[in-house]
Design a protein around this ligand. Sequence first.
Ligand SMILES: [Zn+2]
Length: 67
Amino acid sequence: MADFADEAQDAMEHAAYLASLVRKQTPSLPVGECLECGDVTPGSFCCPDCRDGYELRQKMRRINGQG
Ligand SMILES: [Zn+2]
């Protein structure tokens, strides 16, 4: 029984460690600038058109194998 408890403890510590890594790698939002045109905005995009254009370019990049 003690072994099982130790394993559960290790698994929980490992999960917390992974969660901390994810938090570090996630950029903090909002960014304050439109990712598409660079205009000042409280979010990541100043308007739906910019968001659509940005997402379209991300898709095209994936299709072209550039990231
Ligand atoms: Zn924009």
